[in-house]
Design a protein around this ligand. Structure first.
Ligand SMILES: Cc1ncc(COP(=O)(O)O)c(C=O)c1O
Length: 495
């Protein structure tokens, strides 16, 4: 019996040690192939200044679809094999490589499961790509406003009870959309929500932009696939080491029409994927399979070391950890996200981001009114984390710790939906100053980026609360985006 298990494990390891796309690219280069195809830089020769800086190999493997390299829209060779290996490593039935980021995966998940007018249960703190998917599909969002931690000023994950209640009110909903984990590392009760979805016989679609590493270490929240979700889009580029813009869409189960999923992918994806990106997913998957556990354990340990140092030895900063687990909307959390709350220093997160960047050459992942978020990954070492802790202790010295009395300005309530996002997007509209648009139905989105969570979406009625909130964000130097007017001083309203 053991022998059979060992043999199965050895066969699995043999398969997972392969990197079919990367190998095919290296073969092409090794054979000294003479290029009469695009890209026109032909191994970098057509762009010498750039090639000298970035290196010859990256330009050598910047190739295009051809028989030995396979094609993304009908993969039958190395891409197909690499996708099968990824599906196996991530515990999915199918994997599709994306070279337009998780944004394309989110568009595809929603297009594959929703038709115009269908309802979908969605947390309000979704990424803007979900709002664009609502426009593309013509679906109707049934939003759940997540609990917002009053001190941190951060939206949590939605709960299983909230999902159940929402489905009781909208039993005709066709899918549940979840975020695992949120930008700030909060994980929802995935397994319970999957059970609820099964009762209603609808699929669970998961934005795992921040969860590509979850399958590879038991010290992290459960992954969507392990919890039994039907589809998940993962930014392997964020936390698994592949190159920026490379992502993976995973699918499993009977609720999903896998051929139709492929068709929707071909609507959303480029026909000219970047081979360096695809090959980097291939190698990142292999690395995660063999070394993910060990590398992530190290990342968790050094993040926890920094968490301890900051909480115990640097006055004025606070990093949440296990203390948050069990609180409403935080079923679990990702310890590699070091979210440093700066409220009791009486400064904004935006200001601390600026000081870290200008004074210490340290760039954080995002900042908001009360926090800066630092991401510790498989690439970090004790030294990099120590440099961050040192910078924070230098900064803290210049401030006096204050009592935080006032509660954060609350997120404005979800505005009423007058039109479906798609109807509003295509309606006749005109641009007016934001301050004069109270009570009007807007035709575009408004959000603070990062994290890219919408304050108002197309089809919703603008309230004074939202105008005040935007005013306050601007005062704190937050970037406001989403409108055609790049300054977001004006917004399009429906005529
Ligand atoms: C929660 C969330 N979902 C989706 C995305 C989109 O991912 P990508 O940048 O890979 O397109 C992001 C990107 O920041 C995100 O934070």
């Amino acid at each position: 019996m053991n022998n059979r298990k060992d043999q199965a494990r050895m066969a699995l390891e043999r398969r997972q040690s392969r990197t079919p796309i990367f190998d095919a690219l290296r073969n092409y280069v090794r054979e000294g192939t003479l290029s009469f195809h695009v890209p026109g830089h032909k191994h970098g020769k057509g762009l010498p200044e750039f090639t000298r800086f970035v290196g010859k190999n990256i330009m050598n493997i910047d190739l295009t679809i051809m028989p030995d390299l396979d094609s993304i829209y009908k993969p039958l060779g190395p891409i197909s094999e690499a996708q099968e290996l990824a599906a196996e490593a991530f515990g999915a039935e199918y994997a599709h490589f994306l070279s337009n980021g998780t944004t394309a995966g989110i568009h595809c998940m929603m297009m594959a499961t929703l038709k115009p007018g269908d309802k979908v249960v969605v947390p309000r703190n979704v990424h803007k790509s979900v709002v664009s998917a609502l426009i593309l599909t013509g679906a109707e969002p049934v939003y759940i406003q997540p609990y917002v931690d009053n001190y941190l000023g951060i939206a949590m994950a939605i709960t299983a009870d909230e999902v159940r209640q929402s489905l009781r009110q909208h039993p005709e909903s066709k899918a549940i959309f979840l975020i695992n984990t949120t930008f700030y590392g909060m994980a929802p009760e995935l397994e319970r929500i999957v059970e609820i979805a099964e009762d209603y016989e609808i699929p669970v679609l998961v934005d795992e932009a921040h969860g590509a590493h979850l399958s590879f270490n038991s010290g992290l929240p459960i992954s969507a696939m392990a919890a039994g979700a039907d589809m998940a889009a993962l930014s392997t580029h964020k936390l698994l080491g592949s190159m920026t813009q490379s992502s993976v869409l995973l699918t499993r189960g009977d609720f999903i029409d896998h051929d139709y999923t492929k068709t929707t992918l071909n609507l959303a994806q480029t026909t000219s994927p970047s081979y360096p990106l695809l090959a980097s997913i291939d190698v990142a998957r292999k690395q995660a399979f063999f070394r993910g556990d060990e590398m992530l354990t190290h990342a968790i340990n050094i993040a926890n070391w920094a968490r301890y140092e900051i909480n115990n030895n640097i006055p004025g900063f606070y990093v949440y950890g296990n203390d948050l687990v069990g609180q409403l909307g935080c079923h679990d959390y990702d310890p590699t996200k070091l979210c440093i709350n700066v409220r009791s220093l009486g400064v904004s997160g935006f200001e601390i981001e600026r000081i870290l960047r200008q004074g210490f050459h340290i760039q954080v992942d995002l900042s908001d009114l009360y926090n800066v978020l630092c991401v510790v990954t498989i690439a970090d070492t004790k030294e990099t984390v120590r440099a961050l802790v040192h910078a924070l202790s230098e900064i803290a010295r210049k401030y006096t710790v204050q009592d935080v009395r006032e509660s954060p300005i609350e997120l404005p309530p979800i505005p009423a939906l007058a039109y479906l996002p798609r109807e509003a997007f295509y309606a006749e509209s005109k641009r007016v100053p934001l301050e004069q648009a109270k009570g009007k139905i807007v035709a575009e989105m408004l959000m603070a980026y990062p994290p890219g969570i919408p304050l108002i979406c197309p089809g919703e009625i603008l309230t004074q609360d939202i105008i005040d909130y935007v005013r306050m964000l601007r005062k704190a130097d937050a970037q406001i985006y989403g409108t055609e007017d790049p300054t977001a001083e004006h917004i399009k309203i429906i005529r």
